[in-house]
Design a protein around this ligand. Structure first.
Ligand code: GLY
Length: 579
């Protein structure tokens, strides 16, 4: 009966869609397959936050697409099967390393609407209005994902038609797929928010209780995807979808206009490069803070040599923590969208400057963050949701992409009749100098709100070379903990010689200058180390999990080794061997 209804629904959807896509009946699997956290293969590898998105990427590779085609297709699929973070209503960052060694980075971060203003989240007394920047219509930045994915396809893709990369997602949205236990839990958890923020009937508010294995069909989203298949970026930034977004904004004083959508542009930027021992790091420049902070920390750690101390020993954590403190202090003071505010990138990465920053460090002593530099830390309870995908193809082209709606399901607003969630990325701006956002991060003038400006991110899609050859592709969700998690997974392999799976699954720590405390993962740290760190003067706070890394390593014999994170039950690594 369910199959019959699904077929009927699909026929109706195809008929109702603005353009009937030329479906080739390729039949994307709608059943959740067994999840695998690790895979080895020689002709390609995809690691993403959901098995169906991984399989879509693999399918494109098998059809002759390259890593960039596969990345675009898997991102559209994530918008369907992983709605809490996969998106067409958010934004992100992308790093590519071609097999000739050339590297590129694309910034498709959301932008503040043109009607946004510096004090838009302050009340008459100049205080930040709680949740105004993170919940509901005022929290939404102009989405960049569709323009970003098209740009990746247009510059690097090999498929003849963009629409063929969207088709698997379209099929998943229109035919439905079985949701995972984690997705069911999240949908149930956020149902009160969906009810509060949405008036237009949709599948997320109609269903009262989701269970693992329930079929999620997204008719409105399928129609939105069909419009992109038909008209490319204009199918999102102009015409019906744009009108639906603006109508949704007008319903509750949101700021995004038709002009804002039409004017959205992703930007190719020169990737940031740094080095650590025999490794070269390729990562994201502003408007992400990821590349600068990662390269700063690695540069300082090369001097401090934490590898002379056992993994997770108090002194190794001491060294990591103090470099994190410095990088996040600089993040707060200097980083923002460099198109709007000068960011002293070269000075921040200068070795002499970093040596000076480290001059107060001595092993065995805890540093201090200046408590006067901020007021009122508020850390949101909910987990930080973003998503990362790592892909490599048979030719050695590598792709690393992190995208987000910011919080789980972003602003919780599903565009009426558009079927996709809108981000709450405006919270990544500094609403007022020194006042923390939902991640506890503070900022300065460099990250103040301005019309059309991009809010500072921590997303750190990264590619690492070893002796000029591709070595690792990695990234993660995790808000402010993204940068420190990418750092630790890489270090675990590079200085502690860990197998990649151990490197990803091992416990992590995080320090971000303010609040002045080391976060560590429950059950993953030695209690003796914790006591000694306490004795050194550190405040320690336990967290359930820190980030969910998706990484691919190229082993010495050339085999691709993909690893998903056990912290996300749905992370799935899978590779292909052509022979
Ligand atoms: N929204 C999280 C980040 O971009 O850092």
């Amino acid at each position: 009966m369910r199959i019959y209804l699904t077929i009927l629904l699909s026929i109706c959807l195809l008929a109702c869609a603005d353009k009937k896509p030329q479906t080739q009946s390729e039949g994307t699997d709608t059943l959740q397959s067994e999840i695998q956290k690790t895979a080895k293969a020689i002709d390609g590898m995809v690691v993403s936050a959901h098995p169906l998105a991984t399989k879509v990427g693999l399918k494109i590779l098998k059809q002759g697409g390259n890593a960039y085609d596969a990345m675009v297709a898997s991102q559209f699929a994530l918008a369907v099967v992983y709605p809490r973070a996969g998106n067409i209503g958010g934004g992100g960052f992308f790093i590519a390393r071609l097999n000739d060694g050339a590297s590129l980075s694309l910034d498709f971060r959301e932008k503040a609407p043109s009607k946004a203003s510096k004090d838009m989240y302050l009340d008459q007394e100049g205080n930040v209005i709680p949740k105004a920047s993170s919940y509901g219509h005022l929290a939404v930045g102009v989405p960049g994902t569709v323009a970003g994915l098209f740009e990746i396809y247009d510059r690097l893709g090999s498929f003849e038609k963009f629409e063929d990369l969207i088709r698997p997602a379209y099929e998943l949205a229109s035919n439905g797929f079985a949701i995972s236990a984690t997705e069911a839990d999240r949908l149930n958890q956020y149902r009160p928010d969906f009810l509060e923020q949405n008036t237009t009937s949709n599948q997320f508010i109609e269903t009262e209780l989701w269970n693992e294995g329930d079929t999620l069909v997204q008719e409105d989203l399928a129609r939105s995807l069909a419009r992109i298949m038909k008209a490319g970026t204009k199918g999102f930034y102009e015409g019906k979808t744009a009108e639906l977004i603006v109508k949704e904004m007008e319903r509750a004083n949101g700021l995004i206009s038709l002009e804002d959508l039409k004017n959205y542009n992703p930007i190719w930027r020169t990737p940031l490069k740094g080095s650590f021992k025999e490794y070269d790091i390729i990562s994201m420049p502003p408007s992400s803070s990821g590349g600068i902070a990662l390269i700063q920390m690695l540069s300082m750690l090369e001097n401090l040599k934490p590898e002379e101390h056992k993994f997770q020993s108090p002194l190794a954590i001491n060294a990591l923590t103090e470099t994190m403190r410095i990088a996040y202090e600089d993040r707060a003071n200097y980083l923002g969208d460099a198109d709007f505010h000068p960011v002293p990138v070269d000075s921040l990465l200068n070795k002499a400057y970093l040596d000076k920053r480290l001059s107060a460090f001595s092993y065995g002593n805890a540093g201090r963050s200046n408590p006067n530099a901020h007021s009122g830390i508020r850390l949101e309870i909910e987990s930080f949701e973003t998503t990362h995908t790592s892909i490599v193809d048979s030719e050695g082209h590598a792709a690393s992409l992190t995208t987000t709606l910011n919080s789980n399901y972003g602003s919780k607003i599903l565009v009426g009749k558009g079927g996709f969630f809108l981000n709450n990325e405006m919270d990544d701006f500094s609403a007022k100098p020194g006042v923390a956002n939902q991640y506890g991060l503070v900022g300065s003038e460099a990250n103040a709100i301005a019309p059309n400006k991009r809010m500072l991110s921590s997303m750190t899609p990264t590619i690492i070379e070893k002796e000029d050859e591709l070595y690792m592709i990695l990234g993660t969700p995790g808000g402010s903990t993204i940068i420190t998690s990418v750092l630790q997974v890489f270090l675990n392999t590079a200085i502690y010689n860990m197998d990649l799976n151990d490197a990803v699954q091992s416990g992590r720590i995080h320090h971000q200058w303010l609040p002045d405390m080391i976060m560590y993962e429950k059950g993953k740290m030695d209690s003796i180390s914790l006591k000694e760190l306490n004795d050194m003067g550190y405040k320690l706070v336990e967290k359930n999990t820190i980030a969910k890394v998706k990484a691919i390593q190229v082993l010495e014999d050339g085999t691709y080794y993909g690893v998903g994170d056990e912290r996300n039950p749905d992370d799935h690594a899978e590779g292909i061997n052509f022979n």
